[in-house]
Design a protein around this ligand. Structure first.
Ligand code: SAH
Length: 245
């Protein structure tokens, strides 16, 4: 069944406008009497029936409240250095399915993809759209937020990483500390994980990340492609500290 995210709080009657109304009326050709699942800003879920249409809006009536929370107890952020476009699209979709709450795209030294002001904004909007679609498809009760692209220096300067706010820095040159050890030592309710671009991190970047409180960890003896590393790390974090498994 079609799932909608409603910007507001569920009530006996609500009015849907904008893209969602357009989609219901003109793409799905919905008729009065048909039902949709609606998730509100607080993550409450209900089955609602379409009762009336105008040129730009659809009225929905509440039929039944549903037990719906599908969110992980862990607040999870993927900090992903920019990859070629189709790979970023794919990672955004998978991160939503794996229950991440936020994606912070990062421009680092070895990123091949580079976006200036207007392009960067367009990318962010594109990824947010992909994320919103994925959230509907996989039954999330919260939308993942795609942050504006940030340079790595700026990102490290503004984030206070430490024990209460851990950053797992997946580093291809780390040989000792495993992500498993790091996760098993964590008592935090949140986690951020940093994945490099296709070309990896420079030595200077690695040093700066650790100085900013990032814990350098390995995902094992093989070099994974960046997109594999992103999915693998989100999976093991959600397995150890969240709701996967
Ligand atoms: N070109 C680099 C590899 C980059 S892999 C090289 O040949 O060394 C892209 C990113 O995936 C890395 O920056 C890192 O964040 C992550 N990654 C891949 N394999 C990893 C591993 N075994 N341990 C930790 N991180 C890994």
């Amino acid at each position: 069944m079609r799932r909608l995210f409603y910007k507001g709080i569920l009530a006996e009657k609500i009015i849907i406008t904008g893209q969602d109304a357009h989609h219901l009326m003109h793409v799905m050709r919905a008729k009065a009497g048909q039902q949709v699942t609606v998730v509100d800003d607080e993550g409450s879920v209900a089955l609602m029936e379409m009762t009336a249409f105008t040129a730009e809006s659809v009225e929905l009536a509440l039929k039944e409240r549903l037990e719906g929370n599908t969110e992980s107890p862990l607040e999870l952020t993927l900090v992903q250095c920019l990859l070629k476009s189709d790979k970023m699209d794919w990672i955004v979709q998978k991160a939503v399915e794996l229950g991440a709450n936020k994606i912070q795209p990062i421009a680092s030294r070895n990123c091949v993809a580079q976006y200036d002001g207007k392009k960067a904004k367009q990318r962010q909007e594109r990824w947010q759209k992909i994320a919103d679609e994925a959230a509907k498809q996989c039954g999330r009760t919260k939308l993942l937020q795609v942050e504006p692209i940030m340079g790595i220096k700026e990102f490290l300067a503004k984030s206070g990483f430490g024990e209460d706010n851990p950053l797992y820095f997946c580093y291809e040159n780390e040989e000792q500390k495993t992500i498993k050890e790091a996760l098993q030592a964590s008592k935090a309710k949140n986690a951020s994980v940093l994945i490099g671009p296709e070309g990896g991190f420079t030595l200077d970047e690695a040093k700066a990340i650790e100085e900013a409180g990032g814990q350098s960890v390995t995902l094992g003896p093989r070099i994974l492609r960046a997109e594999t590393a992103a999915i693998a790390s989100l999976s093991v974090i959600q397995y150890e500290l969240g709701d996967l498994g």
